[in-house]
Design a protein around this ligand. Structure first.
Ligand SMILES: NC(=O)c1ccc[n+]([C@@H]2O[C@H](COP(=O)([O-])OP(=O)(O)OC[C@H]3O[C@@H](n4cnc5c(N)ncnc54)[C@H](OP(=O)(O)O)[C@@H]3O)[C@@H](O)[C@H]2O)c1
Length: 295
């Protein structure tokens, strides 16, 4: 399988990359998307060394810049004839204050959702060329809401509000992608929302304030966290399972329990087709480049 992973330089993305690169006799190819060339190079070398898989490459792209996303799309299209899977994972976590991007958007909204909306829409053609049923796995959690009258959170901001709004946006996007693709004849693509069942000990520990780090360290002592490698082990089957197994999960929000994937109940607001369409249209307009975005 040839799998593109956003945010593979740290945390959950790195854990999934490491596990996928090391299994099945190093048969899987990993393309990492990361914002820092130095970190991409270092993690590529680290993963090659850890797994003996030479088929690991990267694309540099700061998801806080739509121009970077457009460049990354072109680079991926130029270098790859197909993709089998994409892990939509990169995300800004803790932030002390609201960050406005060069494109004039809330950084959580743009990095965690909008840039990856643009990325996926433009890579669907490559996924459709997969021989194994292209799939997009979204790293999501169940909480959150869309602040329709303050999407960029200029009036009321909080980092958790930002993270969770982006989670809902991703879930609405995947539900709509699923619905649109089931209407299409011969589409073999699946779109799956996955919630990790336990908190993962990631680079966020180095970003959060000291008092939160202390609480997290105590919680870790009592077993509240799993490693990025364990996270990779839990998630890896989603990227390599058969097309039929993947299609059965498409459009759903799932999690893992006792080595099995189980369905979670999705919120009615996320499943509302009118709201999905509204967010889709708003997102297209914010991307501001209808020539590039496939509808
Ligand atoms: N940890 C958990 O238990 C948990 C649970 C559920 C969901 N999540 C979600 O999982 C995702 C990953 O979180 P994590 O805990 O693994 O965090 P993490 O260790 O901080 O990793 C975040 C990844 O996203 C990348 N990233 C951040 N901003 C970016 C940007 N502007 N452009 C490109 N890449 C960017 C980071 O790159 P750098 O290496 O350059 O920083 C890093 O590779 C987030 O969306 C988070 O909300 C996490």
């Amino acid at each position: 399988m040839k799998i593109l992973i956003t945010g593979a330089t740290n945390g959950m993305g790195k854990g999934v990359a490491k596990v996928l690169a090391g299994i099945d006799n190093q048969a899987h190819e990993i393309i990492m998307l990361g914002r820092s060339k130095a970190r991409c190079e270092a993690v590529t070398q680290e993963l090659i060394h850890a797994t003996s898989n030479q088929n690991i490459s990267f694309v540099v792209c700061d998801l806080a810049r739509l121009s970077d996303v457009r460049q990354a799309i072109t680079e991926i299209q130029d270098k790859h004839a197909f993709l089998d899977g994409i892990f939509i994972n990169a995300g800004l976590g803790y932030a002390a204050k609201r960050i406005e991007t060069e494109d004039g958007m809330d950084a959580h909204f743009q990095v965690n959702y909008l840039s990856q909306f643009l990325l996926i829409l433009n890579l669907l053609d490559l996924l459709e060329k997969s021989q194994d049923g292209g799939r997009v796995i979204f790293n999501v959690t169940k909480r959150g809401q869309i602040f329709w009258d303050d999407l960029q959170m200029q009036r009321k901001w909080g980092y958790e509000r930002g993270i969770h709004q982006a989670m809902v946006a991703k879930r609405m996007f995947l539900a709509r992608l699923h619905a649109l693709h089931r209407e299409k004849e011969n589409s073999k693509l699946s779109f799956i929302g996955f919630q990790i069942p336990k908190t993962v000990w990631t680079n966020q520990i180095n970003i959060i304030p000291g008092y939160m780090r202390t609480i997290a360290s105590i919680a870790k002592f009592f077993g509240a966290f799993i490693s990025i490698e364990k996270c990779g082990e839990i998630m890896a089957p989603l990227f390599i399972e058969s097309q039929d197994e993947s299609l059965q999960k498409s459009g759903k929000l799932i999690t893992a329990k006792k080595n099995e994937f189980i369905d979670m109940e999705e919120a009615a607001a996320v499943l509302n087709p009118e709201w999905q369409a509204k967010l889709w249209e708003l997102s297209l307009a914010l991307c501001g480049d209808k020539g590039l975005v496939r509808n």
